[in-house]
Design a protein around this ligand. Structure first.
Ligand code: SAM
Length: 246
């Protein structure tokens, strides 16, 4: 485990900078869809992320399409470029409205710095065991009048496939936070986008789930949580994990 992850209590706009720059920033910001006191728009969080990312780092933001579309221009404006998006499919979703489809997914979008090249951004694309048959092939050297000679060589199936962009993991019902993200999902993002031992910044720590994922995957972690009670619960969770006999 990479040290005990830290959850700091305060507004990320005031406390995150002192601990950066970050290899990976996770942002599960308030979606502003309820009247709860913590569910308010955090102006300036886009610029904060852009300023605190390492040149080869990236940012993963959770949201609904409605929310992310409204925000798209703000990422561009601070110099963050869209990289890709994935879908977290929940087996057991939530839904406030009886006149809409039951919502069982969330979108997670990855951004990286405008001044970086995608090929330089840390990216360890995850692989999963294959569910289809073995595909090893011998490629024959091809010669066409349009392309000249191409390729040749062998492709050997190692029994794994690139992970698909729709990831199914149940919602969390720990009672710690009503929008708690699953540790398993956060661990996938960390393995993909942060080197082992690298630093993860979690601007909206909530339950501290990302701190647990960081500890399990060997990344360092700094979480910011503005609600003192929530920050204390997250800290207790991570301390318990750290002190657990292995
Ligand atoms: C959507 S929840 C995040 C849930 C978290 N990802 C988890 O897995 O438990 C948003 C959290 O951000 C906190 N928050 C809101 N504004 C904040 C700010 N300016 N700085 C730090 N935390 C903030 C809220 O108190 C809330 O706990």
């Amino acid at each position: 485990m990479a040290g005990c992850p830290a959850v700091l209590c305060g507004d990320c706009r005031e406390i995150a900078a002192a601990h950066g720059p970050y290899d990976l920033i996770i942002a599960g910001p308030p979606y502003c869809i309820t009247t709860l006191c913590w569910d308010r728009r955090v102006e300036g969080r886009h610029a904060l992320a852009a300023a605190l990312l390492k040149p080869v780092g990236s940012l993963w933001v959770f949201g609904s399409l409605r929310y992310l579309l409204a925000d798209a221009g703000r990422f561009e404006a601070v110099g963050l470029r869209y990289a890709q998006d994935i879908v977290w499919r929940k087996a057991n979703g939530t839904g406030f409205a009886a006149d809409r489809f039951k919502r069982v997914h969330e979108i997670i979008v990855q951004y990286y710095r405008h001044d970086a090249l995608w090929r330089d951004v840390y990216n360890d694309v995850q692989r999963v065991p294959a569910t289809t048959r073995n595909k090893s092939v011998q490629l024959r050297r091809a010669r066409t009048k349009h392309t000249g000679s191409i390729g040749g060589g062998a492709y050997h199936d190692d029994g794994t496939r690139i992970m698909k962009s729709v990831i199914e993991i149940n919602s969390v019902r720990s009672g710690l936070h009503r929008t708690e993200k699953p540790v398993a999902l956060l661990a996938i993002l960390m393995r993909t986008s942060c080197p082992t031992g690298g630093l993860v910044g979690d601007f909206f720590a909530g339950s501290g789930a990302a701190g647990e994922a960081a500890a399990l995957t060997g990344r360092r972690y700094v979480g910011c949580e503005v609600d003192p009670l929530m920050a204390a619960k997250a800290r207790a969770r991570l301390n318990a994990l750290h002190n657990r006999p292995s």
